[in-house]
Design a binder for this molecule. Sequence first.
Ligand code: EPS
Length: 378
Amino acid sequence: MRSLTAGDSHGELLVGIIEGFPAGHRVSVRDIERDLSRRRKSYGRSARQNIERDSIKIVSGLWKGRTTGAPIAILVQNLGRTVSGKPGGALGSVPRPGHADLAGCLKYGFDEVPPISERSSARGTAMRVAFGSLAKSVLKLFAIEILGHVTSIGGVDADVAPVPFAKLKRSVSRSPLYCADKQAADKMIETIRVAKKEGNSLGGRVEVVATGLIPGLGTHVESDRKLDARLAGALVSIQSVKAVEIGDVLKTHRLKGFESHDAMYLDRGRVSRKTNHAGGIEGSMTNGEDIIMRLYAKPLPTSLKRLSSYDMKMMKSAKSPFVRSDVCVLPALTVIAEGVVAWELLLAMVEQFGGDSIDQMKANYGSYVTGLAKRGIL
Ligand code: EPS
């Protein structure tokens, strides 16, 4: 299974193609649009989000509402084609520090920013969420669920004491910031308000949890098929994400081995663990515990506070331009990260259980799970 996207931030539409998606899966456009709207509506976004609707059109790969195994093509229209009345690509020839502008212009031979900024824009994450939403709907058939939540914004940290997945999901769904800790979320909202007033932007941290996993997804045998590497690579490819933690390694790297690893207990033929410092992955494979990963995002580089830069055409010093931008995308990042993790997990499932049809996947999965049960797992 593979995917490809095309589309610019202020072009006509975003296009996504998925090839190799298992046949026979009922697709709900409404479910995909629900995720797109969670991404769009979160707190701290720019005025652009009041313009977009993010409704989708699936133009191939379905028969009577089910996937056929043929490539699936998805379209998401851009309604916001202009920035403050100017054409969308209104950025000039001054690269913004922290953006793809400079390196992209040098690499592709441009002295104007739009040919680069239009594609590097986080607008493209709408399609990644659509892909992820489709993946989530398949994973749900195998009782796998994924949830992202904000754990830090602009230096305000949430209380992250572990809670059962269902409870976490309830608290997150009630929060405009998708943050389970209401007190911290109130402080974060205030911090975002102040940053907006100052014309500044904020970064932070998001945690993603995947539950309901069987052990053995991914593999230790070859580097390009390692699940932790695939997940971390995919997450760092999201705009602004600069670091990913798997499990508790930011704590455990200071400890000794016996405090860091998750001991196993055999009780009446069943294997269990009392801790999950590994974040559900050992030897680059799922171990059956919840996958827990944390993403660290830098503050967005576009802000009213203009940094020193230079004009690539005139070759003279200039301040970086201010264009309409988000103040904080951390809540939106929770939804994007869910989608990205879902996509990587579905890839691993399709590789492991065969991907021609959902029925085939279910049959192969069932026989694997029967084997696990005989060995005290699940
Ligand atoms: C973005 C700038 C803003 C964001 C955009 C990403 O758009 P505009 O330049 O039109 O104000 O709103 O994100 C989206 C449109 C989106 O749907 O996420 C950027 O420069 O990356």
